[in-house]
Write a protein that binds this ligand. Structure first.
Ligand code: BDR
Ligand code: CA
Length: 314
């Protein structure tokens, strides 16, 4: 669609990543120019394949998918099979993808796409560890002023962490990469646990996906029924947080969310709090604002949007 906002989704699917990709592919306001896979929830060999499975589930096998970093910049990869299952996409039976992985490395795709586009044309949507984005910024620093905005899922402050008491998974896995992104001067919008923990995939909401009666709605209900089991036990809630789709929903319907501009710094040294996103929400320092931090969501509006859009898919 002409006038659609061009985005690159950088992702480690992951059931919630998968829902985010489906939401983007179903939305005419967005033009997904490529999907770049990174190691995170599960190793890269699974995340790149899962991304292709999701494009096929959406009936859009022409979406180019690229494989990127198979490990964080400086650390050993930490994965989350305990949440997402061995494949990262446990739950539905999805066929092996027929579409091919692109030959180019994800980092080259990000750099070349940004350098070829008009400045301010492309938005990056990282849904996993920030390794690919940091590598692209290192490889070609001239991309930074060309990026319209980075809208990412990561971090947490009032809610604490989900992989350690103070760190959220995406930031914890590659804190050095996150530090590069938050210091880059690029406009960043951040969806931390403080907002995603309010987007709960309650039983009635998952039933609404299933009741659409199409392939995508059924697969999403099966994915969430799998991944939310862990979170329901951990948090004692009806449903688990649907993290990554908040990024895509914000691009389509920003009025569903609210937050404020803050300084965000990444803890890199402390063993105890490694990967913590130190958010100066109350503006108690003079550190400059480097991110728009989202904290609230109209969860009913968000799930209504998801249901409406999933219904447009096969
Ligand atoms: C984030 O970590 C992953 O498990 C999810 O896909 C999401 O991106 C939440 O902390
Ligand atoms: Ca993710």
């Amino acid at each position: 669609m002409s006038g659609a906002r061009k985005i690159i989704i950088d992702t480690d699917p992951g059931q919630d990543d998968a829902v985010a990709i489906l939401l983007a592919l179903a939305s005419p306001e967005l033009d997904v120019v490529g999907i770049t896979a990174v190691a995170g929830n599960v190793p890269l060999s699974f995340t790149e394949k899962n991304a292709r499975k999701i494009c096929e589930l959406a009936g859009q096998p022409e979406t180019p998918v690229f494989a990127g970093a198979d490990r964080p910049l400086e650390r050993k990869l930490v994965t989350a099979e305990h949440v997402h299952g061995k494949t990262g996409l446990d739950g539905p039976e999805l066929p092996e993808p027929a579409m091919q992985l692109q030959d180019r490395h994800a980092v080259d795709f990000i750099v070349e796409t940004l350098m070829a586009a008009e400045p301010g044309e492309i938005t990056l949507c990282p849904l996993g560890p920030l390794t690919n984005i940091a590598l692209a910024l290192r490889k070609e620093p001239a991309i930074a002023p060309r990026i319209r905005e980075i809208v990412l899922m990561g971090g947490g402050f009032f809610e604490g962490g989900n992989i350690t008491p103070t760190a959220e998974f995406n930031i914890y896995v590659d804190p050095e990469a996150a530090d590069i992104v938050f210091r880059s001067g690029i406009p960043v919008t951040m969806m931390p646990l403080d907002v995603t923990h309010k987007a709960l995939s309650r039983a009635t909401r998952v039933e609404a996906f299933r009741d659409i009666g199409n392939r995508a709605g059924t697969a999403v209900s099966e994915m969430l029924s799998f991944s939310e089991r862990f979170d329901e036990e951990k948090y004692g809630t009806d449903g688990g947080p649907l993290h990554d789709p908040c990024v895509i929903a914000w691009l389509i319907r920003p009025e569903l969310f609210s937050g404020r501009d803050c300084n965000v710094a990444i803890e890199l040294k402390s063993e105890l709090t490694l990967g913590m996103t130190v958010i100066d929400w109350w503006q108690v320092t003079s550190r400059p604002h480097n991110a728009h931090v989202v904290r609230d969501i109209d969860a009913d509006g968000f799930f209504a949007l998801l249901t409406e859009r999933l219904a447009k898919l096969p």
